[in-house]
Design a binder for this molecule. Structure first.
Ligand code: AMP
Ligand code: ZN
Length: 114
């Protein structure tokens, strides 16, 4: 989608530190990391928000979650713990409108989040 930051990262038009890529998803380090591990896992296909995910996207979204778990495991946080988050729309803290799953680990994570 034109003017989508994460579509541009997917297409290599904007650089990112890639962690993972496959036929359905890619993952890269967040530019403004909020924890020692802060990755973003995105579908290759542009989906604006979790609200826009259709029944046909269930397997894709499950795949994003599995990639997130793999990244956390590879970073050594599977046992100690980590957090995955979809921010949804402005009130949920979403600023980039291409679906992405945050993966945060490596520090104590408070609950509830701010
Ligand atoms: P959200 O606020 O949930 O929409 O998350 C968007 C995330 O994208 C934020 O954590 C930003 O720090 C991150 N971000 C913004 N620009 C870039 C970029 N060029 N490369 C990597 N991450 C980015
Ligand atoms: Zn996009």
């Amino acid at each position: 989608m034109a003017d989508c930051l994460f579509c541009k990262i997917r297409d290599g038009e904007i650089p990112a530190k890639l962690i993972h890529q496959d036929d359905r998803a890619l993952a890269f380090h967040d530019l403004h990391a909020q924890a020692p591990l802060h990755a973003l896992v995105i579908p290759r296909r542009h989906i604006a928000t979790l609200n826009d995910a259709a029944v046909e996207d269930e397997a894709l979204i499950g795949h994003l979650a599995r990639v997130a778990a793999e990244i956390a495991r590879d970073a050594g946080y599977a046992e100690s713990g980590y957090r995955t988050v979809f921010n949804v729309n402005r009130g949920g803290g979403q600023t980039v409108f291409h679906l992405h799953l945050h993966v945060l680990g490596g520090r104590a994570l408070e609950w509830p989040p701010g």
